[in-house]
Design a protein around this ligand. Structure first.
Ligand code: TRP
Length: 355
């Protein structure tokens, strides 16, 4: 049997592995949309403890659009780690790793290998890419290949060689689903052409998935200015809630109003634990039973602050934590998983020293 650095080519694996990899670009502080669309789900998976979790700080992917001012990135990596810690992601748990994307050399190599089997046409058909290209026609090559590069993020921690019962789950917002469909195609193609190396990943889209902004128009986003950040103070939250868009036809407390598409109610449904309270407010608003926008916003601001308080407290505690050590440890674990994957790919693609 061929050996690489003295190891058998495919040491028999007996125990299936269940792994989760997901990530965020480190482009800014996180907000409530990140929480309902991603972090809430990540935390649930972490706490259930059935999966080895790799949470990726995608600083390389951040450069696909933020290469102009890279010195900002160091600060942003730290901010995102603090946001993660504040919501309760916990790298002290034995199943949880925070991984800094740029510090995994094996990942770049895997990305390059995937570029060789990804077809230009299929990348160009990617709907998210197309949409973003319209917004920024001067996209870099790094940007154009990011769906391929993202497949390398996912598969660098693939159990290998795959055996029955292995799982590779990727919890993401729905905007990421086309990328993961493509990542599945790439793994299937590679395995078929060269022999089994990768476990095909599966996307896992959370219950809510997406949160409208305070303006009610678009997805919550810091750059649009319609976001409530996880690190916002009570005063800032109160002010932002006061300015929220509601139902424009609800001109007085006695006019029946819409709650379905009304961002104030969308947030109440997402963050108010007291379902009876939400039901009562909804009923009164729908029927024009005297519930004004100011009153319902006061309730929402209170509930949001109750939700954010423990997050704020944890943030204060973690300000003193050694972020670097957390990242070094998690990144090391990711590399331990990535090394056998890259070795297998080299063997299959014959990028090895000739005998
Ligand atoms: N593209 C994702 C985002 O915009 C971040 C990301 C990078 C990611 N690598 C990943 C998500 C791998 C899931 C799996 O937020």
């Amino acid at each position: 049997m061929a050996t690489v650095e003295g190891r058998p080519e495919s040491s028999a694996r007996i125990n299936p592995k269940r792994r989760v990899l997901t990530g965020m670009r480190t482009t800014g502080e996180l907000h409530l949309g990140h929480y309902v669309g991603a972090l809430k789900e990540w935390e649930r998976i972490q706490d259930e403890g059935n999966f080895e979790c790799y949470f990726l700080l995608a600083d390389v992917q951040a450069l696909t659009t933020h290469a102009e001012n890279p010195s900002l990135l160091t600060k942003l990596v730290r901010e995102v780690v603090l946001d993660w810690l504040s919501v309760g992601l916990d790298p002290d748990l034995s199943n949880v790793n925070f991984v800094l994307q740029s510090q995994v050399p094996e990942r770049y190599e895997l990305s390059q290998s995937f570029l060789m089997i990804a077809k230009y046409g299929e990348v160009m058909r990617n709907p998210t890419l197309k949409e973003e290209l319209e917004r920024q026609p001067n996209a870099t090559m790094g940007f154009m290949t990011y769906p391929v590069d993202q497949a390398a993020d996912v598969y660098m921690i693939s159990p290998t060689p795959p055996i029955d019962g292995d799982e590779l789950l990727v919890p993401v917002g729905e905007d990421q689903v086309p990328h993961l469909e493509f990542a599945r195609v790439l793994a299937r193609r590679f395995n078929k052409k060269y022999g089994p190396v990768f476990v095909e990943c599966s996307a896992l889209v959370g219950e809510i998935g997406r949160l409208v902004g305070t303006d009610g128009k678009a997805k919550m986003s810091k750059s649009i200015g319609n976001a409530i950040s996880l690190s916002d103070s009570e005063e800032v939250v109160n002010k932002k809630v006061k300015g929220m868009f509601t139902d424009p036809n609800h001109v007085s407390p006695t006019t029946p109003g819409d709650t379905e598409n009304n961002p104030v109610f969308i947030y109440l449904r997402a963050f108010d634990q007291d379902t009876q309270e939400v039901a009562d407010l909804t009923e009164r608003y729908n029927t024009g039973a005297g519930l004004g926008d100011v009153a319902v916003k006061t309730v929402l601001a209170k509930r949001l602050n109750e939700f954010l308080d423990p997050i704020r407290q944890r943030r204060v505690r973690y300000e003193r934590a050694n972020i670097r050590d957390i990242l070094v440890a998690g990144t090391e674990r990711a590399r331990e998983s990535a090394i056998p994957v890259v070795q297998a790919v080299r063997e299959k693609m014959h990028t090895v020293y000739p005998a």
